[in-house]
Design a protein around this ligand. Structure first.
Ligand SMILES: [Zn+2]
Ligand SMILES: [Zn+2]
Length: 273
């Protein structure tokens, strides 16, 4: 064992690093671009797959109500691509170039640091999303001004509608709740988390807008909250599936709170659970 190897082994033992935590990507590796490409593949592959299931009438036993939203897949696609290509991609690349996000070149981090990453993203996303969604987008003056009515012109019954938003709305609901926690993590993040976070977020978003409920007995994985948000408009302001929903519980705006106060909620044709 030569001197460098001994020093490396010594450093690892002193700092309790796992050998994988020393893996790094090259300095010029375009983390933002690769993360965006992974998100695009995940989003469009899953939305396309669920659309085929809708067309073929597969998995109907898991649907909340019959397939079909107020807008067709084809009608929604241009706006979705504009949001993803002309807003999301440039914002992610600018955040990287300015040194705000994606700065760690370490591929993996320790389990406690990874837990910290998920906590910062989970809580940060929940707070930013909720405040913007409830107090700006659903305010009397902001609903049309920021174009939130565009997203609410869908009924959360088609996965693709997750990103069917006006540009400003897309910034409030998708970009800021994702990029600000990424910025807060700073060098505590790692490449694996940076690459996978947008895809994981996309899966949650498209699933809660899909009209499917694959885990009816698992409340933590339910799509009902956001479905009810679209259909009632004044409950469940959190991001639904995948979000801890802490703000909704803190401020008493979950669908469950509403349900307790009203014995016969209107569910717009939803199947009773
Ligand atoms: Zn809304
Ligand atoms: Zn929605």
């Amino acid at each position: 064992m030569n001197g460098t190897l001994i020093e490396s082994e010594l450093f690892r033992r002193v700092t309790y690093l796992h050998p994988l935590e020393e893996l790094r990507v090259p300095e010029k590796f375009p983390i933002a671009l690769v993360a965006w490409m992974l998100m695009m593949f995940t989003f469009h592959f899953l939305c396309g797959t669920l659309e085929i299931c809708d067309q073929k009438k597969w998995l109907v036993q898991f649907r909340r109500k019959p397939a079909g939203d107020r807008k067709t897949y084809k009608e929604m696609m241009p706006r979705i691509l504009i949001n993803q290509i002309f807003l999301m991609l440039p914002c992610m690349i600018i955040a990287e170039k300015l040194g705000l996000c994606y700065q760690s070149k370490q591929v993996l981090i320790s389990v406690p640091s990874l837990v910290y990453n998920f906590l910062v993203m989970g809580i940060g996303h929940d707070v930013i999303f909720y405040v913007g969604h409830r107090y700006l987008l659903h305010s009397r003056w902001g609903y049309k001004l920021f174009g939130h009515d565009v997203h609410h012109s869908t009924s959360a019954n088609c996965a693709l509608s997750a990103f069917y938003m006006a540009n400003v709305d897309f910034c409030f609901e998708i970009l800021l709740p994702y990029l600000i926690p990424m910025w807060l993590m700073g060098p505590e993040s790692c490449v694996a988390f940076s690459l996978l976070a947008p895809s994981i977020g996309a899966v949650g978003g498209l699933y809660e807008h899909s009209g499917y409920e694959f885990f009816p007995n698992l409340s933590i994985a339910s799509t009902k909250a956001h479905f009810m948000h679209h259909n009632l408009g004044f409950v469940s302001f959190a991001d639904g599936f995948g979000s801890p929903g802490l703000m909704d519980w803190t401020f008493g705006t979950t669908y469950e709170h509403y349900q307790k106060k009203n014995t016969t909620p209107v569910e717009n044709g939803e199947k009773s659970d």
